[in-house]
Design a protein around this ligand. Structure first.
Ligand SMILES: Cc1cc2nc3c(=O)[nH]c(=O)nc-3n(C[C@H](O)[C@H](O)[C@H](O)COP(=O)(O)O)c2cc1C
Length: 155
């Protein structure tokens, strides 16, 4: 499968997980490509974000979306990206977020819920999701679970 790993990452944590996914998916024979979502500005609302990089998802069979938790919710840059996407119809979508706080209920779960809703609004059926708590002892296990889950998906 051709898999797009679409990442918003300011300080590199989410990108690190994306790189793990890229490596493992490539090792299993997939074509995995990381593409970054970036913004020109730093607005607090998705409607005011100006994206300077908006990866095109059309050529991918499967999409992995990764973003940080900001202010107990999904980063507004990823929100803006998903709101501006034309369609995710027919795409398998796997979502993950990274957060500093040690428990998923401190923003991670809410961010995933928002990601899934925005994907569903664009016609995708998100098949699974994961939260990485960067400040938790479980961090490595959480990353391994996300990688295993994404690698397990069948065309
Ligand atoms: C503006 C801002 C708000 C944040 N809000 C939260 C939060 O509500 N909960 C949390 O657990 N972490 C929060 N964090 C921490 C990030 O989610 C965490 O460090 C994440 O792994 C960063 O990902 P990145 O390195 O890919 O940018 C916040 C970070 C920033 C910069």
């Amino acid at each position: 499968m051709k898999i797009g790993i679409i990442i918003h990452s300011n300080t590199g944590n989410t990108l690190t997980v994306g790189q793990r996914l890229e490596k493992e998916l490539t090792a299993r024979g997939h074509t995995a490509v990381i593409e970054r979502v970036t913004s020109e500005n730093d607005a607090s609302e998705a409607a005011n974000i100006v994206l300077d990089s908006k990866p095109d998802v059309d050529t991918y069979d499967m999409i992995i979306l990764g973003a940080p938790v900001h202010a107990f919710s999904l980063s507004v840059v990823m929100m803006a990206y998903l709101e501006q996407l034309t369609s995710l119809s027919g795409k398998k979508v796997f979502c993950f977020v990274t957060q500093a706080l040690p428990k998923p209920w401190l923003g991670g779960n809410r961010a995933i819920k928002t990601m899934k809703r925005l994907c569903a609004e664009k016609g995708a059926e998100p098949f699974n999701a994961g939260v990485v708590n960067w400040g938790s002892k479980q961090k490595e296990t959480q990353i391994e679970d996300i990688v295993a889950c994404a690698c397990d998906i069948k065309p």
